[in-house]
Design a protein around this ligand. Structure first.
Ligand code: 5GP
Length: 112
């Protein structure tokens, strides 16, 4: 069971910002920006490589939820970054699909 499944099951605490039948959003435990929210699928899919064609709507929903949270966090006008990490080179550490919503400061490019 991934750490995010434990958060979904309320087995470990997290500051949950949003949840519906498809996705959950919570504050990252180790924030890399003033706003750093993880948006994860409820369904445990390990990596982007495991996505099926039938997950297209789910993945689109993740982006829309991230956009709505960006608005509610007040960072939509200045901007923000949405990041998906995949496997070792992508820097993925939790193998349960999620994106990071990062904002509240100027982001660097290219990323480290
Ligand atoms: P990844 O490196 O897989 O893209 O992102 C995983 C993220 O989950 C990291 O930013 C990490 O700080 C966060 N994280 C790991 N464990 C926990 C936890 O127990 N609670 C919360 N809220 N975030 C976590």
């Amino acid at each position: 069971m991934s750490i995010f499944e434990k958060i979904i099951a309320r087995e470990i605490p997290a500051t949950i910002i949003y949840q519906d039948d498809d996705v959950i959003a919570f504050n990252d435990i180790d924030p890399k920006a003033p706003v750093h929210i993880v948006i994860a699928t409820i369904k445990p899919i390990p990596t982007l490589n495991d996505l099926a064609e039938s997950d297209a709507t789910l993945m689109g929903k993740m982006i829309l939820v991230a956009r709505h949270i960006a608005a509610s966090e007040g960072i939509e006008k200045n901007g923000y970054r949405i990041v998906f990490n995949c496997n070792r080179d992508g820097g993925q550490s939790v193998f349960h699909i999620h994106c990071h919503l990062l904002g509240g400061r100027q982001m660097d490019w290219p990323p480290g």
